[in-house]
Design a protein around this ligand. Structure first.
Ligand code: ADP
Ligand code: MG
Length: 288
């Protein structure tokens, strides 16, 4: 449990938190079936920060949702903390943060963070204390009594992170959490997330489109290709910890950015615009 970020690096990781074994996912049946993921194998160890990167539609969100048991695999198996993903979800062993923070506008910030604790049956005093300390962690200690709509996008996303961490999950699943933020806010959120990760030691799986973001944050970057979605390369990011503003100026940082970019480019062929099922999905999610 104490296998924090300082314990990362080849050969010095903790026990495995996530095991994805020969996982495939097909949406629909027969010849019309869409193979979203094929033969994916991935082991993630305690204290790691893993980014999933790849072209739109390559199955990043699907892989994250399989790990979070929001969908089930067509083949293979997903294990979280040594248990089937379903059991881990029911045991609330992970928190999730999405691109849109999904906060309840009629609840105060404090009450939003308390929500999962209410669902888990924590008493009032314990909820209050835990929510306060999580808001302090994301540096929103003075905003507990405000409402989400009074906050900026970056602050709202910090509330979502505080809520996801409220019940002290061993694993945090994040699907493009900063995708809707402007570049400067995003860089600040990256630093903030690094600080939180160091402090909590939580294992994080993070989906992003941004190569610099993936390199800056991660201990390993998982590069995926589309149609069918596969893991094509895993890049170990051996940049020193803690990652700071100076990290982005290191020569080694640029080398890693280039490595990831080239790994992505190598599998670019066949990647056009969004396919019809993606457009339907985008509409269903209200993004267009
Ligand atoms: P990414 O997050 O990498 O952009 P997704 O995991 O969302 O990709 O999607 C991978 C593929 O699976 C896409 O072609 C997408 O249209 C398809 N897909 C995802 N979810 C569904 C679903 N619920 N039903 C049908 N197709 C889906
Ligand atoms: Mg996605």
């Amino acid at each position: 449990m104490s296998a924090g970020p300082t314990a990362t690096g080849p050969g010095s990781r903790g026990p495995s938190v996530v095991d994805v074994e020969h996982v495939g996912k097909t949406f629909g049946d027969g010849p019309d079936g869409l193979v979203a993921l094929e033969d994916v194998d991935l082991t993630i160890e305690a204290g790691e920060f893993i980014s999933l990167i790849g072209p739109s539609g390559c199955g990043k969100s699907t892989l994250l949702r399989l790990i979070g048991d929001l969908t089930s695999p067509s083949s293979g198996a997903v294990t979280v903390n040594g248990k089937p993903a379903r059991e881990a979800r029911l045991g609330r062993e992970y928190g999730m943060v999405f691109q849109a923070p999904v906060l309840m506008d009629w609840r105060t910030v404090q009450k939003n963070v308390e929500l999962p604790l209410e669902l888990m049956g924590f008493d009032k005093a314990a909820r209050d204390e835990r929510a306060r300390s999580m808001l302090d962690l994301v540096e929103l200690g003075d905003f507990g009594q405000t409402h989400p709509w009074q906050l900026s996008g970056g602050m709202q996303q910090r509330v979502a992170i505080a809520r996801a961490l409220a019940f002290d999950p061993k694993l945090l699943l994040m699907d493009e959490p900063f995708g809707a933020l402007d570049e400067m806010t995003r860089e600040r959120m990256n630093l903030e997330l690094m600080r939180i990760w160091r402090k909590t030691g939580t294992t994080i799986i993070f989906v992003t489109h941004s190569i610099p973001e993936a390199v800056f944050l991660s201990t390993r970057v998982v590069v995926m290709s589309a149609r069918p979605g596969r893991i094509t390369r895993i890049v170990e990011v051996d940049l020193p910890q803690p990652r700071t503003v100076e990290t982005r100026e290191l020569e080694r940082y640029f080398e890693h950015v280039t490595t990831v970019r080239e790994a992505l480019r190598r599998h670019e062929s066949g990647e056009g615009g969004p396919d019809p099922s993606e457009i339907l999905q985008i509409r269903a999610e209200g993004l267009a």
